[in-house]
Design a protein around this ligand. Structure first.
Ligand SMILES: Cc1cc2nc3c(=O)[nH]c(=O)nc-3n(C[C@H](O)[C@H](O)[C@H](O)COP(=O)(O)OP(=O)(O)OC[C@H]3O[C@@H](n4cnc5c(N)ncnc54)[C@H](O)[C@@H]3O)c2cc1C
Length: 433
């Protein structure tokens, strides 16, 4: 079977890997758009603390976390994956009670979270932390390098015969794929895949512990309870004007007068992240996914081994995690400003201010990099893993959990495309009728 995958973020890369390893003839098309979420993601894998009221969301995220050890072994590469544990922190210990109850309720069916314990002195595990914080430790939580996972999946797909093509994919009403050169006006993200030669492109206010969780049913404005305002008016940004420009760029992907080279395919997997709605529009199908911007800061604590540090997850506010190479990541903003993948002064100021309040010991760290990505958020429901017409599978909407669930979602998308049974009941992940 010939399958075209649109998008080579973590979901598309995984779909391509699983399709090609099952013998399909795979072509992956990516427009290398600036704002790819996978390239910006922090890398937290700790599904048990969120989506208390959404079984479908939780089932997918939990399965995604469970899938990782098997994936790491299958790919045989360093994916930056490590079970470093997570510290849920709060100034008031009473704030931790609901999440402890939630974890207690989920533990029997998710023993991989490990034994949850109270930690009297969290700064012993994450030295830059502020004094006086209360904490609960979840030992099964892991961190992962999203870029490394994406690239390893793509390399493995290529080894299985997949072809990677640079360009903008547009669908016709009948589900055929046309690939055209990227319009120079579309900002590029430049995501080269090391080791793949010839690659053309250089490239839940629902009681969740984390307040950066998706906002059910409303993407028109910022979450009132997000740790920072979504609109950037205060920092001088003009969301309306820039969103219009970004939206226009996104709309060109929907290509009303689509032209380009046809890629022969029996099935198409749309894994185009926040752009999936535009990609599917020619089918006459409304895919309710919108972009939620995240800005994130990477810093180095020279001479300090941060590789084993746990993830720090406050209820509201910035999270922190360590990686090898003395790297510490502080993130992220949660902004509904449309297709505007830019790092802003206001965004950085808020990440750094809140991050330093949580971990004053990071004040002397060297800022090494800033990243920005557009989380693909499905309005008012769990991610989408479903058919959209006879020849098209849609796999998107993983919001702030795509590095956790993306590889597993790609596996499910591959199985859907091939008509194989799914290990997870996919009924909740259908398009709304
Ligand atoms: C700041 C930040 C922090 C995050 N932290 C975490 C975390 O700690 N843990 C976690 O689990 N998740 C996290 N996430 C979420 C996670 O990164 C995303 O959910 C996930 O990466 C989405 O992957 P995707 O493949 O669906 O989309 P993307 O990675 O956005 O990929 C979509 C791809 O489609 C391509 N494309 C779009 N349209 C077209 C077209 N017409 N033709 C060709 N190609 C096209 C784009 O170029 C892009 O490469 C974070 C996200 C951000 C932004």
């Amino acid at each position: 079977m010939r399958v075209t995958v649109i998008g080579s973020g973590i979901v598309g890369a995984s779909a391509a890997y699983h399709l090609s390893s099952r013998g399909a003839d795979v072509v992956v098309v990516d427009a290398d758009l600036e704002g790819q979420a996978t390239a910006a993601g922090a890398g937290i894998v700790c599904p048990w603390v969120d989506h208390p009221e959404d079984d479908a969301w939780y089932a997918l995220a939990r399965s995604g976390a469970r899938h990782y050890p098997e994936l790491v072994e299958a790919l045989g590469e360093d994916l930056g994956y490590e079970r470093v544990g997570a510290l849920l922190v709060a100034e008031d210990p009473a704030e931790l009670e609901p999440v402890r109850t939630l974890l207690g309720r989920r533990r029997a069916e998710a023993p991989e979270m490990g034994e949850v314990t109270v930690v009297p002195d969290p700064a012993r595990l994450f030295p830059p932390l502020a004094e006086g914080l209360s904490a609960v430790h979840v030992p099964g939580a892991a961190r992962v390098d999203g870029r490394a996972v994406r690239d390893a999946l793509l390399r493995a797909a290529v080894r299985h015969g997949a072809e990677l093509r640079a360009g903008v994919a547009t669908l016709t009403a009948g589900g055929e794929v046309l690939v055209s050169a990227r319009d120079a006006s579309l900002p590029s993200g430049s995501h080269p895949v090391p080791g793949v030669s010839g690659r053309a492109h250089d490239g839940d206010g629902d009681g969740s512990w984390r307040q950066a969780a998706p906002l059910p049913g409303d993407h028109s404005r910022a979450r009132a309870d997000a740790w920072e305002p979504a609109e950037r008016g205060a920092s001088g940004e003009d969301p309306a004007g820039q969103n219009a420009a970004g939206q226009a760029a996104a709309e060109t992907l929907a290509g009303e007068d689509a032209a380009g080279e046809k890629v022969a395919a029996d099935m198409v997997v749309v894994a185009a992240g926040a752009w999936s709605g535009a990609v599917c529009r020619p089918l006459g199908v409304e895919v309710p996914v919108f972009p939620r911007r995240g800005q994130i800061v990477h810093a180095a604590l020279d001479g300090v081994d941060t590789s084993g540090w746990p993830i720090v997850l406050p209820h509201v506010g910035p999270y922190l995690l360590g990686f090898p190479g003395s790297r510490v990541v502080v993130g992220a903003t949660v902004e509904d400003v449309g297709f505007v993948p830019r790092v802003t002064m206001g965004g950085l100021e808020e990440v750094l201010r809140a991050g330093l309040r949580l971990a004053p010991g990071l004040a002397g760290a060297t800022v090494t990099e800033t990243r920005v990505g557009l989380r693909p958020v499905r309005a008012g429901g769990p991610p989408l893993l479903c058919r959209a017409g006879e020849r098209v599978v849609v796999a998107t909407g993983l919001s702030a959990y795509g590095l956790t669930a993306g590889p597993f979602a790609g596996l499910l998308a591959a199985r859907l495309a091939l008509g194989e049974p799914s290990p997870l009941d996919l009924a909740p992940y259908r398009l709304p009728s």
